[in-house]
Design a protein. Structure first.
Length: 252
């Protein structure tokens, strides 16, 4: 799901670049300035100013949604993905990232119906090991408090359960995976594909969206096959093919 968030973020890049110079070292006061501040952290990483970049990312994590709740929709792409990239280069950033993830998972166990914590735990889980650990925590929570994740369950949580074929969570929160595929994948990739019109490299953007659709469709079909439901697998494949053919027949 990370790429789809990136598509939304990159559309704002022209405005972000315009605002970043004017912002300077002042703290952001609105959504556009928050995005510019996040973009400046990326530039600092490129320049090797790791401590300053980390400070900005942590500040955005702590204060971004307080300044503009709309920043919530960009938090994964503009803060956590950048923080993870920095963590691969800088040990201090890696330690801070691991500490953030651990505290978030601990809070999730205490308050599984707190949706910001739920979302953040998904956004922070970047590796297969982290994702599987998170799913194990979710499975345990659901077993202990049946339905405890219902309030916060969303497309990204479904994607993880689909990816690792977690039937316990899917049976409780995503019984109709064909509906989930259409609502959480087809609808979103359609929007993402349209947004490629606003990206400099339109062709590359479209290729990535198509690849994401194909990969995710295979995951959903794998769950259907694991249930020995050939009809469901065929329906998911049919929805995928229909959209790919629609894009193929559209003028560039």
């Amino acid at each position: 799901m990370k790429y789809l968030a990136f598509v939304v973020f990159i559309i704002c890049s022209t405005f972000i670049h315009t605002s970043a110079h004017a912002l300077g070292n002042n703290k952001p006061q609105n959504l556009l300035e928050l995005l510019a501040y996040a973009d400046s952290a990326k530039h600092l990483i490129e320049e090797g100013a790791f401590d300053e970049a980390l400070a900005r990312l942590k500040w955005l994590d702590d204060n971004g949604t307080r300044i503009s709740y709309h920043f919530y929709n960009f938090k994964r792409s503009s803060v956590y993905t950048t923080w993870w990239d920095l963590a691969q280069q800088y040990n201090r950033a890696g330690s801070a990232y691991e500490s953030k993830l651990a505290s978030t998972l601990k809070h999730l166990i205490i308050a599984p119906q707190q949706c910001e914590t739920f979302d953040t735990s998904i956004w922070l889980s970047q590796t297969s090991e982290q994702e599987q650990h998170l799913l194990a925590q979710m499975t345990a929570l659901n077993a202990q408090y049946t339905g405890s994740l219902h309030r916060c369950w969303n497309g990204e949580a479904e994607y993880l359960a689909i990816k690792y074929i977690n039937h316990d969570l899917l049976a409780r929160y995503s019984q109709d995976i064909l509906y989930g595929f259409i609502h959480n994948v087809i609808v979103k990739v359609t929007r993402a594909y349209e947004q490629c019109n606003f990206v400099d490299d339109k062709a590359q953007c479209q290729t990535k969206v198509k690849a994401y659709l194909t990969e995710t469709s295979r995951l959903y079909q794998a769950v259907a096959m694991d249930r020995d439901d050939l009809q469901l697998a065929g329906l998911i494949g049919g929805e995928t093919l229909k959209l790919l053919l629609k894009w193929q027949n559209q003028p560039n």
